[in-house]
Design a protein around this ligand. Sequence first.
Ligand SMILES: NC(=O)c1ccc[n+]([C@@H]2O[C@H](COP(=O)([O-])OP(=O)(O)OC[C@H]3O[C@@H](n4cnc5c(N)ncnc54)[C@H](OP(=O)(O)O)[C@@H]3O)[C@@H](O)[C@H]2O)c1
Length: 291
Amino acid sequence: MHDGSGSISAPSFATAVFGSAGIPVRRLGLSGTYRPGREAIHYALDHGVNLFFCYGFDGQTIRTLRDLSPSRRREIVLVTGAYNLLWGHPDLRRTLEKRLRQFRTDSLDVFLFLGVMKPRQCPDDVLEELVRFREEGKVRAVGVSTHDRAFAGTLAKQGDLNALMIRYNAAHRGAESDIFPHVTAHDPGVISYTATRWGYLLRRPRGWPSERPVPTARQCYRFVLSNPSVDVCLTAPANLRQLQDNLQALADGPLAPDEMTFLRDFGDIVHRRRSTFTPSEANPTRGATRR
Ligand SMILES: NC(=O)c1ccc[n+]([C@@H]2O[C@H](COP(=O)([O-])OP(=O)(O)OC[C@H]3O[C@@H](n4cnc5c(N)ncnc54)[C@H](OP(=O)(O)O)[C@@H]3O)[C@@H](O)[C@H]2O)c1
């Protein structure tokens, strides 16, 4: 959908070039999975957000983007994909064709195989199929969304895929050693999720002194964006007010050293106290995804 037009020029804290695909992006991308409302999606568009992530069931986002004028739609970087099924991977081509129909377009920007929990769920024939989509010109960037950091690191080293979607936040920083050092060789575009760690980074954990602050959502996104290996951090606000708040993260810039120390210390506590929650994209609905 994106034709390379738009106002993003040199990379900065707020903007980046999406890996070797060379797509200019605003570094906060909007996910409408928690249904922030059409007004919020328009607000994001009007305030420079150009990357939108959605599943096939994110009807509010799909309808809002589909209804834009053709020139506006060409400015959008659309990220979508096919979800891994626990009983076997889906027909990727059929899903791609469905997404093209849903968005009434003949090409997509980023198409991901979503919800890969283990490498065996993403065998070579799946990777080859994704690469074929790119070679056929149906998609500009193809990749995998996975919680398995070692697998993401391997994919980055292999270099066949030119997009990766991964977990990264102040509590889960393993990407700093398992993934980011490996992206330099082939430069896949990197999208991160769970900046708020399913909201846990915004709540006072047991044992955290009452006189000490807890991070703001804005700080959580700035933590992620302070890492230059991340091209785009997804934000999934629940409403317009949250979106407005979160977009300020781009204007605020990187975390100051004392804020970075605070976020890492707080993240350590949250990580130590982590619940038995097992993340899963297999059922990426609000409740199931986040708790
Ligand atoms: N989570 C996963 O494991 C995972 C994996 C792969 C892909 N994804 C996808 O990635 C996308 C992004 O999800 P995410 O979990 O990364 O989203 P996120 O932006 O980290 O978290 C969104 C939640 O954080 C809270 N929040 C956001 N802004 C806030 C603000 N300004 N003030 C207070 N609270 C605020 C809200 O929770 P309240 O509603 O409680 O206020 C909101 O629903 C989604 O489409 C998701 O399905 C997620």
